[in-house]
Design a protein around this ligand. Structure first.
Ligand code: GLU
Length: 286
């Protein structure tokens, strides 16, 4: 029996916290291009209600359609997925891998003012947590507290399970085996749930990539280091690990990566000035 090419499923997962700029155009077009043959999905990452705005979500749909992209509806919006994130979190809690944390950023900074030699201050989940609350039980968790994953316990539970992922992007291509020692020193006890949003970027993205059957996570190079957290969570939750493609970032003339506040580079500004989608593709080198 003849087998056709394996269908891929990729996604573009913006947060509606500002207008999409040239870097987003590159990310979305790269993800869509890599889903051929296959399917390209759009996901709205709006868990942080304080920063997300409906007008930016509307602008995402409009700008992507203008660029010539299409995607299946209804679109998955993370703000509607609380039950799925709670279920994943509860599973990790029931495995005995979590503890509540009431430390502020200031507390963590103060505790890190004398870091261990050679250890970095921050990793892909921000400041590397010094473990102040580690001995606390989930039963003592207050409603305003964050919940952390005890990385050492997680790795002990996963002993013997291969922790690896395949990267097809241009910067770190190849198979990557996770370095457990490095996970402890350079990543640490990541946040699984912030009181204000009830989950975290890492947990939500892992749950949703699995729920949507994503075969290749296509996203910016700035998230490469976060992938090791995602692989650990996938193994703990017994979810499939997709392959990863981290693309290079679009930078401004000074070499700085574009940020949402760079309205000067917003896709709709080029559009308002009369440029076509083809002109935008040329600007970003596609
Ligand atoms: N929502 C993230 C962002 O806007 C992207 C997350 C991902 O692609 O994994 O940067």
């Amino acid at each position: 029996m003849a087998c056709g090419p394996k269908l891929k499923r990729t996604r573009f997962a913006p947060s509606p916290t500002g207008l999409l700029h040239l870097g987003h155009a590159y990310a979305a077009l790269t993800a869509a291009g890599r889903a051929s043959p296959g399917e390209f999905l759009l996901r709205i990452e709006d868990i942080d209600a304080a920063r997300c705005r409906p007008e930016f979500e509307a602008a995402i749909y409009e700008d992507l359609a203008w660029l010539g992209l299409d995607w299946p509806r209804p679109v998955l919006r993370q703000s509607e997925r609380r039950e799925a994130y709670d279920a994943a979190l509860n599973r990790l809690i029931s495995l005995g891998l979590c503890y509540p944390c009431r430390c502020t950023r200031g507390d963590i900074r103060a505790a890190l003012s004398a870091p261990q030699e050679g250890a970095p201050m921050a990793g892909p989940d921000g400041l590397i947590y010094p473990g102040t609350c580690r001995g606390r039980s989930m039963e003592d968790a207050g409603p305003e507290e964050a919940i952390r994953l005890d990385m050492a316990k997680a790795l002990a539970l996963l002993e013997g399970v291969p922790l690896a992922f395949t990267e097809t992007g241009p910067v770190h291509p190849g198979d990557h085996k996770l370095d457990e020692e490095r996970l402890l020193t350079h990543v640490g006890h990541v946040i699984l749930s912030r009181a204000s949003i009830g989950t975290s970027y890492h947990l939500a993205v892992v749950v949703d990539d699995a729920a949507q059957g994503i075969t290749e996570v296509t996203r910016g190079e700035d998230l490469f280091e976060a992938t090791q957290i995602h692989v650990v969570l996938q193994k703990l939750l017994e979810l499939h690990t997709p392959s990863y493609h981290h693309h290079t970032l679009i930078r401004d003339n000074t070499g700085k990566r574009l940020a949402k506040r760079d309205d000067a580079r917003a896709i709709r500004r080029y559009r308002d000035e009369g440029e076509t989608p083809a002109d935008v593709r040329i600007r970003i080198g596609l």
